[in-house]
Unconditional design. Structure first.
Length: 63
């Protein structure tokens, strides 16, 4: 498996995007998984699988 990928997604009429298959496979993103969209006006956007952040969020907001 390659460790880098660049792809292009179009934004649909409802604001939805499709994560390219290669990216979904690289990060094991499957139907039903949750992702977090991180935004910074100067630096751009990032999409992160939610389970990657769960342990960090747990430290900030313990259950």
């Amino acid at each position: 498996m390659k460790d880098k990928f660049v792809g292009i997604s179009k934004v649909g009429e409802k604001g939805q995007i499709v994560i390219p298959k290669e990216a979904r496979e690289m990060f094991s993103i499957n139907p039903g998984d949750s992702v977090v969209v991180l935004c910074d006006k100067k630096r751009g956007m990032a999409i992160v699988k939610s389970e990657v952040l769960e342990d960090k969020i747990e430290k900030i907001i313990p259950r």
